[in-house]
Design a protein around this ligand. Structure first.
Ligand SMILES: C[S@@+](CC[C@H](N)C(=O)[O-])C[C@H]1O[C@@H](n2cnc3c(N)ncnc32)[C@H](O)[C@@H]1O
Length: 213
């Protein structure tokens, strides 16, 4: 937790009730210990995609489709989100939920390592969401930068790793290597000359950057 218990429960109380499909996905994630975006992160993704009027979105790490759902619901009917995952079972569950939520026609699920799939993508994207393996973030970034068009948003989850990144101390789950990687990644993105960005203490820490030109 990166904000106080009181702040966290107050914010949770402000959250509108999730719809039945999203509730089911959240219960699935909790039951099988599948890491999915926290509700406030999902809401931030939806807000950013809507504000940017994103039509083409790319996502690294579908899991069971929670963040994909928040993003897909924010796209116009001719919008698309290309989402990568390497776990066949999770992707099948995501396909089912996204179908039931009525957004599957906007989602292009790819069962492939994003590091192999990203170089095959054509054209430019309006928003990229990074939520794969934390130690691979630098590799994803190298492959995403050529795909991001003018005013594109780069959104990255878990940049604070439960606060360990700020404290510089392992919590048993995130080790010193994870912390050093996250720090180097955050510093790199926030110093990219062509981007304007900030890291927000939302959820597990979300970095948001926009391409200036
Ligand atoms: C944190 S979960 C994604 C959660 C999802 N974004 C959500 O909030 O609902 C990370 C996912 O990345 C997938 N993954 C791991 N390595 C990957 C890679 N190289 N390319 C694509 N996906 C990967 C894992 O299988 C896992 O399901």
């Amino acid at each position: 937790m990166i904000v106080t218990e009181a702040v966290s429960s107050y914010l949770a109380g402000l959250r509108p009730e999730p719809d039945p499909v999203l509730s089911e996905m959240e219960a699935h994630g909790a039951r099988e210990d599948i890491p999915i975006v926290l509700p406030e992160t999902g809401q931030l993704l939806a807000l950013l995609a809507t504000t940017r009027r994103a039509r083409r979105v790319v996502e690294i790490g579908t899991a069971i489709g929670v963040s994909t759902l928040y993003l897909a619901r924010s796209l116009p009917s001719d919008g698309t989100i290309v989402s990568f995952d390497i776990d066949r079972r999770r992707q099948a569950a995501a396909r089912d939920y996204l179908d039931r939520a009525g957004v599957l026609d906007r989602v292009d699920l790819r069962l492939e390592d994003a590091r192999l799939g990203l170089p095959q993508l054509q054209g430019s994207f309006d928003l990229a969401f990074v939520d794969g393996v934390k130690t691979q973030y630098q590799e994803y970034l190298d492959l995403l930068l050529p795909l991001l068009g003018e005013r594109a948003l780069l959104v990255v989850d878990n940049v604070l790793l439960r606060g360990t990144v700020a404290e510089g101390r392992s919590d048993g789950a995130w080790n010193d290597e994870h912390i050093a990687n996250a720090r180097a990644f955050n510093e790199r993105v926030l110093s990219l000359a062509e981007f304007e960005g900030t890291a927000l203490p939302v959820g597990d820490g979300v970095l948001v950057a926009v391409r200036r030109t």
